[in-house]
Write a protein that binds this ligand. Structure first.
Ligand SMILES: Cc1ncc(COP(=O)(O)O)c(C=O)c1O
Length: 447
């Protein structure tokens, strides 16, 4: 799956001389696997709150960042990191209060069946590692190897999780025991359709003599095109996989930590208690900390037999950053803010859609929204999305696009977004969608 808004030197046009030099050095040093965003790449040098600043001092509203979800350079997190780094940074093979305090606090945000005493937290450095570990735990707990994922899923970069990530495209082979199902897209009885897909995948595994280990889903279906409705649509599929002896892995790397507004965790919208929950991205507001919550029996099936040590996972500095994130989310009521401001944003985008036309759907939950475009005139839907994303970048607002056809605008601002900033974002989408394919970029909306 090629990135909708990937930079392409051939079509970039004129670039500032300094950026051109840096681009050449970057290509030589980092090689061909990396992609840059936008027709004209951004050279970002600083971030503060919801804003990013480029090398010329121009500011951009960051509406695409679910990592720095408390805002860029968040003082409480920076302070926590610095304070702990001055005292001690080591690993989980010594007794230390901080990692235990954090595990208790994090498990305290989970539903009853995953609370302290009934579940454990294991710490990693990235979401990929968390998913990789979750797969190992699922395999140990079930004796199975089969994994069901959605058709455009992305779960990370290790060999095991890249093999569960069809969104990486046809040149990235899936694992022999990985079966894909259609994502729970809007319309009709979403839950029944998704469960039927999972049932079919399980039947295929049975025919191949593969025992199921897990159904692994990103609970906001970010790369599949952003799907949140109706609440509860995951339940029937979860029952199917459990009946067949598999576990449910909720990948909360995208949806977790209050992003969806209606709950702290995306899976809660669906009235589900997963067996394994994987965490990452916003967990440290940019500091690399991630982890797996595992039902105690599953954790025992793995950890009772195989030791787990992660040199950096769970170090006191990372844990200090993660603890600060949890505190700020709670103290500032950021889940409620995501619900309130996200609601306003969604309503504003729906009004833009009604006024401009050419929009199939506005959907999502809290501050994770998708706006699905259709083709208009000669311009296909994917090209319209790419144009809108680039036009917004030129106007000073950063978003991206997703979905199997690349035609869903993906909007994911920091949880601290306020109402005026939401209005600015709505105005930017409005202006971008009013552009004809060949017209000039819109004027800046951020000043
Ligand atoms: C749903 C999901 N899972 C896992 C990952 C992998 O996380 P990381 O990049 O921290 O390894 C990502 C990253 O984009 C993701 O979106």
């Amino acid at each position: 799956m090629s990135m909708v808004n990937a930079f392409n030197l051939a079509t970039a046009g004129e670039l500032p001389a300094a950026d051109r030099v840096l681009l050449d050095r970057r290509n030589r040093a980092l090689g061909p696997a990396y992609r840059l965003f936008y027709r004209r790449p951004l050279h970002i040098v600083r971030g503060e709150g919801v804003w990013l600043f480029d090398a010329e001092g121009r500011r951009y509203l960051d509406a695409y960042n679910n990592v720095a979800s408390l805002g860029h350079g968040r003082p409480e997190v920076v302070e926590a990191i610095c304070t702990q780094a001055r005292v001690l940074n080591t690993h989980t093979r010594y007794l230390h209060e901080a990692v235990v305090d954090y595990a208790e606090a994090l498990l305290g945000t989970m539903p009853e069946g995953l609370r302290p005493g009934r579940a454990n937290l294991m710490l990693t450095c990235t979401g990929s590692e968390a998913n990789d570990l979750a797969l190992r735990i699922a395999a140990a707990a079930t004796g199975g190897t089969g994994v069901i994922v959605t058709r455009i899923a992305y779960h990370g970069v290790t060999a095991a999780v890249a093999a569960c990530s069809p969104s990486l495209g046809q040149d990235n082979p899936l694992g022999p025991d990985v079966v894909t199902v259609a994502a729970p897209a809007s319309g009709g009885d979403v839950g029944a359709r998704f469960a039927a897909g999972v049932r079919q995948a399980l039947a295929l595994m049975r025919d191949r003599g593969v025992r199921p280990a897990a159904l692994m889903v990103d609970t906001i279906f970010s790369s599949d095109g952003v799907f949140a409705d109706p609440p509860g649509f995951l339940q029937a599929a979860a029952e199917e996989v459990r009946k067949a002896g598999g576990l449910v892995i909720a990948d909360e790397v995208q949806a977790g930590f209050a992003r969806t507004g209606s709950a702290m965790w995306g899976f809660r919208r669906h009235g589900l208690t997963p067996d394994l929950v994987t965490l990452g991205k916003p967990m440290g507001n940019g500091h690399p900390v991630a982890g797996v919550v595992a039902r105690a029996e599953a954790a025992e099936a793995f950890g009772g037999r195989v030791r787990y040590f992660n040199t950096f996972g769970g170090n006191p500095v990372s844990v200090a950053a993660a603890a600060a994130v949890l505190r700020v989310i709670r103290n500032e009521g950021l889940q409620a803010n995501a619900a309130r401001v996200g609601g306003r944003l969604r309503e504003g985008l729906a009004q833009v859609a009604a006024r401009r036309g050419g929009v199939l759907d506005v959907r999502g939950d809290g501050l994770f929204l998708g706006m699905e475009l259709e083709g208009v005139g000669e311009t296909p839907a994917r090209a319209r999305a790419a144009l809108a994303v680039d036009a917004m970048r030129e106007a000073g607002v950063l978003i991206s696009a997703t979905g199997p056809r690349g035609n869903v605008l993906k909007i994911r601002p920091p949880l601290v977004l306020d109402e005026p900033q939401a209005d600015l974002l709505i105005a930017a989408v409005d202006a971008a969608l009013s552009l004809e394919a060949d017209s000039a970029s819109p004027p800046s909306v951020v000043g």
